[in-house]
Design a protein around this ligand. Sequence first.
Ligand code: AG3
Length: 282
Amino acid sequence: MLNDDNWFTEVYPKHGSALSIEIKAKLHEEQTAFQKIEIYDTEWFGKLMVIDGCTMVTDRDNFLYHEMMTHPVLYTHPNPKTVWIIGGGDCGSLKEVLKHPEVESAVQIEIDEGVTRLAEQYFPELCSSNRDPRAQLLFIDGIQWVKDAADASVDIIIVDSTDPVGPAEGLFNQAFYQQCLRCLRPDGILVQQSESPLFHMDLIESMHQTMKSAGFTSTRTLFFPQFIYPSGWWSGTMAGKGDLTHFREQAAQNKPFASRYYNAEIHRAAFVAPQFFREALP
Ligand code: AG3
């Protein structure tokens, strides 16, 4: 919501808290077939995209989320050639994935074309790799996409969605994870944004359990800061069939691209779990 004094506020009613960002101007508002999208120009965070009242990306801090949803999984996989991004309509994850020269094909499957069209207009930097010949942008339901896809047809699936309500709800259940597992090749890895370790521990626990009951044998959560999301502390959860503790550390150390948060040491550190987390998920 936009207050009279030009601060955008997202309230977290279940957590008795809120986040406010000082706004210069509201640039756009649109109700698509799926959700309401708003674009603001802010005093300090550059542009801000909001979906159904929830902060999604700002120019200033999106690198944290996008780098951590992509580079750790790409360096954990031994040889990632094909990547699907479910959601991710702002194209920030796609841009990071395409920094990896070994990736031959990256398909972004976003249900709401409106998100991508507005990102192209207001977040051109995030969309700067959309014309890469390896990229394919589809505007269809990601749940249907994985249902229809062939067995063992992809190396990495990145689920870059909104909170687990509304259009994204069906991306957090066993049926979806089973389909992902079926589509993944033997070394395949799924990584999904998994909300705040401080606010949404129940969700993270249930994701680990549900991924396991879908047939994944290993699951691991990584942590990173994200100022504009609830509590300022965020996570991604990986699921695979093999060992997720090792990564291509040499390659990460010599990565052939620039990053602002990710490096090999951050990769290692991001998987170190706080005590309360270890106790909840031994
Ligand atoms: N996806 C995670 C957004 C969750 C934010 N939740 C909230 N503000 N309540 C972000 C998409 C970036 N590509």
